[in-house]
Design a binder for this molecule. Structure first.
Ligand SMILES: [Fe+2]
Ligand SMILES: [Fe+2]
Length: 266
């Protein structure tokens, strides 16, 4: 298998062209729905940042260059949680006319607890909803994809490489552009890249953004190791990620955006 074939596999998966963010822009969800959406997005994104034992596992199977490429991605993701919470708080403030809900956008814990309360309120009745974490089975499954990074078994290392490739392509080409489309381009929140509270998006977006560099690193790392022996595990890691995130996007879309849309239309 060639790396181009694998990249195409990601780009033709339904996750890659999922309409969730365009539906967000179209539907103009209420403040609680925005909070719930951000709760699941940030819980998922949190799980994608730590490298765990993946860089070490790559070294152990004789792939120091690939280890370095993955470590660079992990290092650049450090401490992105506070900025994502800040952006979420800022968007929520802009979603309500009048007084801002959050007067301190650097209070990550406070913002994140409000996001979880929105999720509890709107999604708590879904089967398997966990009130301790505010997560649904679909969120947990998407998060669980990254557990393989804790293992240094060669099969898990190759799976994690496939997951990293799919993650970085999706981040660079679906998730971050999708957030820009609904948070900035939609005009719903009068938000722009110039605002300090939107720095998260500025840092991640576009040809000079972090995700573009991550994508290049991931393609380089996977492209240099892909072989007949490991391609099954690598494809499995990519597919697991895409299928699990697609299921999460579908659920959030159906419960928080389609419902709002039909309410608005009624
Ligand atoms: Fe990040
Ligand atoms: Fe990334």
């Amino acid at each position: 298998m060639r790396i181009e074939t694998l990249v195409d596999r990601v780009k033709t998966h339904r996750c890659y062209s999922h309409p969730i963010f365009h539906n967000w822009a179209r539907v103009n969800p209420g403040t609680e729905a925005i909070g719930a959406l951000f709760h699941h997005i940030r819980s998922f994104c949190d799980a994608t940042r730590p490298g765990w034992n993946l860089p070490e596992g790559l070294k152990q199977i004789g792939l120091p260059t690939e280890s370095h490429l993955l470590q660079e991605i992990v290092d650049s993701e450090e401490n992105h949680g506070p900025e994502l919470a800040m952006m979420a708080g800022h968007i929520i403030n802009r979603s309500v006319p009048g007084k801002a809900l959050f007067d301190d956008l650097s209070d990550q814990a406070h913002i994140e607890s409000m996001l979880k309360r929105c999720s509890d309120e709107l999604l708590g009745q879904l089967p398997g909803y966990d009130f301790a974490t505010g997560l649904m089975p679909q969120t947990k499954k998407a998060i669980h994809t990254f557990e393989a990074r804790k293992s240094t078994a060669p099969q898990d290392v190759y799976k994690s490489l496939g997951t990293a490739l799919a993650l970085e392509i999706i981040s660079n080409r679906q998730l971050i552009p999708g957030e820009k489309a609904c948070l900035i381009d939609s005009g719903l929140y009068r938000a722009s890249f110039d605002e300090p509270a939107m720095h998260y998006l500025l840092e991640h977006y576009g040809e000079t953004g972090a995700e573009c560099q991550h994508e290049q690193n991931a393609i380089e790392a996977v492209g240099s190791v892909l072989s007949a022996e490991n391609s099954t595990a690598i494809v499995q890691g990519a597919d697991d990620f895409l299928n699990n995130l697609e299921a999460l996007w579908d659920l959030l879309d159906a419960t928080l955006l389609q419902a709002e849309g039909s309410r608005a239309a009624a």
